[in-house]
Design a protein around this ligand. Structure first.
Ligand SMILES: *Cc1c(COP(=O)(O)O)cnc(C)c1O
Length: 386
């Protein structure tokens, strides 16, 4: 093996490899033991928080079933996710409708099935919630800046400014809803823990204004996701996230910390996945070109969309050994944007040949769910669970 990532033990690799050898590439292998460990680690460290899994990160039946059995709640974004999670016997009290962009008919659908917790960030959506999910709890999502530390930002499109959050909470009460809390998402794969501090301070300001000026006592802070998986760029350990975020909460709220909700996606399933691909072609663009192009049977349209602008840098390895040289890694489709890494220089052994396997580590999150249906006829990325 060229090199195993730090977080993959020899024993884990052996398990992956044994399973991987049974299947034709390309596919994602997901180790449920790792998902379980990650969930339990988060639950143990943030023992004061409710965990709502963000289903979009990896919606596999086995993942939903496992997390349902472990007692997780679920952050649901569409009627399709709702039906899926309900089918595993999860009761609606363990779900929130976390998408701020939804049709009136979707709200009615959630309400009929018993969901009573809704995210919002606009007046029009709030009025729809009041009409189609009367009496429900609402939490208001605020914008967070400083998403620079996030490798996959989620700001701008979602959330409103704090003044508007105050107005929406007041309006929610007028409309017969229960203004319940404030949410934010600091950006996915957030490497800068300090952005939670700024976000929590904003939430504190909103809590105080609502309390003092409007006699509204909010109960909950939904701190979204942002916890890391293990990619090339190093991050702090989860325990450091916990210690720092807990300190920020106490600095702002003293001993009276509101109910805390976390919505992890990437950090629960990312490290549990290995994407197994095969080299289709190796070429040079001229006889003197220094870099080889390595074309694989996976690319941007079969699960690796987060390599867009080389945002997420996965750890990539082969079983070849010996001297290494810089490569450009590209996918198999007829679209010139189907190049994963060109600027960041990945090095692969010169002994690598067409037909050899290339392994992509920590690919359990945002791969299968992003894979396209039939681009150039290629089927969506398969997933096998061990
Ligand atoms: C995608 C999403 C999450 C999950 O974020 P991660 O960074 O993957 O943990 C959580 N909450 C909301 C509202 C989301 O849209």
């Amino acid at each position: 093996m060229q090199q195993l990532p730090e977080h993959i033990s020899k024993a884990t690799w052996k398990r992956f490899k044994q399973a991987a050898d049974q299947y034709e590439t390309p596919f994602l292998l997901l180790d449920l033991d790792i998902v379980r460990e990650k969930y339990q680690e988060l639950e143990l460290s943030f023992d004061y928080a409710g965990i709502y899994y963000a289903v979009k990160a990896n919606p596999a039946d086995e993942v939903v079933q496992l997390l349902a059995d472990l007692g997780s709640s679920f952050d649901i974004a569409s009627v399709y996710e709702l039906d899926k999670v309900l089918a595993f016997g999860v009761t609606p009290e363990r779900m929130s409708f976390g998408n701020t962009i939804k049709k009136a008919s979707d709200i009615a659908y959630f309400y009929e099935r018993g969901v009573r917790m809704y995210a919002t960030d606009s007046e029009a959506d709030l009025r729809n919630i009041a009409r189609f999910a009367p009496g429900s709890k609402v939490y208001i999502r605020i914008l967070t800046e400083g998403s620079e530390g996030a490798d996959w930002p989620l700001s701008r499109k979602f959330g409103c400014n704090p003044d508007m959050a105050v107005e929406l909470a007041v309006l929610a009460r007028e409309l017969g809803l229960e203004p319940w809390g404030i949410s934010f998402h600091v950006g996915s794969q957030q490497r800068d823990i300090d952005v939670w501090d700024a976000a929590i301070a904003k939430v504190k300001f909103i809590f105080e204004r609502l309390h003092k000026e409007h006699d509204i006592a909010l109960q909950m802070i939904n701190m979204g996701g942002g916890f890391p998986a293990s990619y090339l760029q190093k991050t702090n350990h989860l325990v450091t996230y916990h210690d720092e975020i807990t300190r920020f909460l106490h600095e702002n709220f003293g001993d009276q910390i509101p109910d805390i909700v976390l919505e992890p996606g990437r950090s629960l399933v990312g490290d549990a996945g290995v994407l197994v691909s095969e080299v289709v072609l190796i070429s040079r663009k001229s006889t003197t070109a220094l870099e080889r192009w390595v074309y694989l049977d996976v690319g941007k349209f079969s699960g690796l969309i987060e390599t867009m602008d080389e945002a997420i840098k996965y750890q990539v390895s082969t079983e070849c050994t010996g001297a290494q040289e810089a490569v450009i890694l590209a996918g198999p489709t007829c679209d010139s944007m189907d190049i994963m890494y060109e600027h960041h220089k990945y090095e692969l052994p010169l002994s690598l040949e067409m037909g050899d396997r290339v392994y992509w580590f920590s690919t359990g999150a945002y791969t299968t769910s992003y894979s396209s249906i039939e681009f150039n006829g290629f089927p969506p990325l398969k997933q096998y669970v061990i």
